[in-house]
Design a protein around this ligand. Structure first.
Ligand code: FES
Length: 581
């Protein structure tokens, strides 16, 4: 897919505000000059918004993002552009309640209008924590002005008593060890300080690292961006180079719609399988595709990822952390391997203006224990599995690289929790009627139900089972799961319980069959009984009656199509509205 650059020079949209000498232009320019900008900066050069998700309450998007913004600015100045830094909505996974996911669409809405309503010709998306990356990319796709992603980068490796500690992954491991009596509470507290050694995002292949990898695999970030540690000087170089590059992208008119094509999404899906990426990528890529007008479905996830081996040996599926991934060569090595295996659309255009293959064909793998040879892959079929059946007519997902192979074909008795509060109230009860062959089922944690679709799908096991040394059981819900988590966990069951999906009527004692080989998820009751139960079902969850929660609950779509708000799908373009003065 060749890209033909636009002619330069030409009049840019920022000149709608700053070009000429009308009263309105003088009004706009005059206000900008109170910041000390010389007159010649308004001469028609590209004005680039640096959309910065830095926030002291988004510790993953830490103080270094302010330094990165300065380096982006330096690059923009060098290339003859005019940088303007714009703080935007930031939702941290570890802080926002009820869940950051409820605010992904709000952030996307706010950022979309932030771009469209102001004099920008292009933008740099300075992102990091899980939701910040997709929300800004969704916004950029809807406006379709030239845009480039710069991520904040992962934290350095954590270490506790000389063992690697992965963000999130070890939080789940340690808390289960405490429940099992294998770790004391004091040791857990000691480990807390070892988890986050530097500024940056989760150091595992969790959702933040996955989405940074997705941005790179989609071609929306410069090659090599995803894995550079937050505090490495090369991350600042990447920021400066991206600043230079966005100016040329504006001159060439290289837009998200040129980059985020169906082929690019297929590259990203295969990449997600190869890196053992987060199940959250499913929802975010579907939502981004919805904004870009690309017809991407859950079936594409299963089709494209089915035979892709997981070759990146990172937690939670493997052993290492993002720091080692960077030293091994990072994502370009993975993309090269996909290309060599016939699993990459090599011609896909990236923000560099080059094809994906041109970007990666000469890279070298520096550590074959981190980026594994195919015959030593963590799993030969690493793609996200999509299962369907009478329990999930619109699908549910499972990450095989994080699952126990023996549980991928399993029939068990349902132990049902009506919602997360019911789960918390019952799970530690020694009298809970459950054993390791059961399937734990949780309802009302989907996009409408929680609301916002929290990362609670990897329900911790009951202490009495952990004490037997058992660490995995089949778990099933309409929730999401942290990208740092692991286990045989069926997620995103659609339609969700709160929308009247069959999950809503599962009862304690029902038999459920998970058959990953045949992509089947079956509730073992008759069609007639299922219909009868659904006919007598009434919504159990509370609905917000005002505010953003109301908007979200009334307009959010199912996980199977990306959980975007129904009125935000599609590309609305960058047309400038009338001036009000
Ligand atoms: Fe923000 Fe992991 S919680 S990057």
């Amino acid at each position: 897919m060749a890209f033909t650059p636009a002619k330069w020079p030409r009049r840019l949209r920022s000149q709608e505000w700053y070009g000429g000498n009308s009263r309105d232009t003088i009004y706009h320019r005059g206000w900008m000059k109170n910041q000390g900008y010389p007159h010649d900066l308004f001469d028609g050069r590209p004005i680039i918004g640096i959309l910065n998700t830095w926030s002291e309450l988004s510790p993953c998007n830490g103080i270094h993002m302010k330094e990165l913004a300065e380096k982006v600015k330096a690059g923009i100045w060098e290339a003859g552009g005019f940088p303007v830094e714009v703080p935007v909505f930031s939702a941290s996974e570890n802080t926002f309640r009820p869940t950051a996911m409820m605010f992904r669409n709000l952030a996307a809405l706010a950022v979309e209008e932030t771009i469209r309503g102001q004099p920008m010709d292009g933008c740099v998306l300075l992102v990091g924590c899980d939701k910040t990356t997709p929300s800004l990319m969704m916004a950029a796709a809807s406006v379709d002005l030239p845009a480039i992603v710069v991520t904040g980068g992962p934290m350095l490796n954590g270490y506790y008593r000389n063992e690697r500690v992965g963000s999130g992954t070890h939080l789940w491991k340690f808390s289960e060890a405490v429940k099992a009596g294998e770790m004391t509470q004091d040791e857990f507290l000691e480990a807390e300080a070892s988890m986050s050694r530097s500024t940056g995002t989760c150091n595992t292949m969790g959702t933040a690292s996955t989405m940074a990898s997705m941005a790179e695999a989609l071609g929306m970030a410069l090659s090599g961006n995803a894995a550079i540690p937050a505090v490495d000087s090369r991350r600042r170089v990447m920021a400066q180079l991206s600043g230079r590059r966005i100016v040329q992208m504006v001159k060439d008119d290289l837009k998200p719609s040129d980059v985020m094509t169906k082929e690019a999404f297929e590259n990203a899906i295969r990449t997600n399988a190869a890196i053992g990426g987060s199940t959250n990528a499913v929802i975010h890529l579907l939502a981004m595709a919805g904004r870009a007008g690309v017809d991407l479905t859950l079936e594409d996830w299963d089709r494209c990822g089915r035979d892709v081996p997981t070759i990146v040996n990172l937690m939670p599926s493997g052993k290492y952390l993002m720091e080692e991934f960077f030293y091994a060569g990072g994502l370009p090595v993975v993309l090269k391997r996909l290309g060599e295996g016939g699993l990459l659309h090599k011609d896909a255009i990236t923000v560099s203006g080059q094809s994906m293959w041109d970007e990666v064909k000469d890279v070298v793998n520096h550590n074959e224990d981190v980026i594994l040879p195919t015959d030593k892959a963590l799993t030969q079929s690493g793609g996200i599995v999509v299962v369907k059946g009478n329990l999930a007519p619109k699908g549910a997902v499972l990450k095989p690289s994080a699952a126990t192979p023996a549980l991928l074909q399993h029939k068990g008795r349902a132990v049902v929790f009506e919602d997360i509060d019911d789960y918390k109230a019952k799970i530690n009860d020694p009298d809970l009627d459950i054993d390791e062959t059961c399937i734990m089922v949780m309802k009302n944690c989907g996009p409408k139900g929680y609301p916002g679709m929290a990362e609670v799908g990897n329900m911790g096991l009951p202490p009495k089972i952990l004490k037997k040394g058992i660490t995995d059981m089949v778990r099933l819900s309409d929730a999401r799961m942290s990208g740092t988590a692991y286990g045989t966990v069926v997620l995103h069951t659609s339609p969700e319980a709160a929308a009247g999906g069959p999950l809503a009527v599962v009862q304690n004692g029902d038999m459920i069959e998970l058959d990953v080989a045949n992509r089947r998820l079956h509730l073992d009751i008759s069609d007639a009984e299922l219909a009868e139960r659904l006919a007598s079902w009434t919504p159990q969850h509370e609905r917000a009656d005002s505010g953003y929660a109301w908007l979200h609950q009334h307009h959010v779509e199912g996980a199977d199509t990306g959980a975007d708000l129904d009125f935000l799908k599609g590309c609305r373009g960058s047309a400038v509205g009338k001036d009000s003065h």
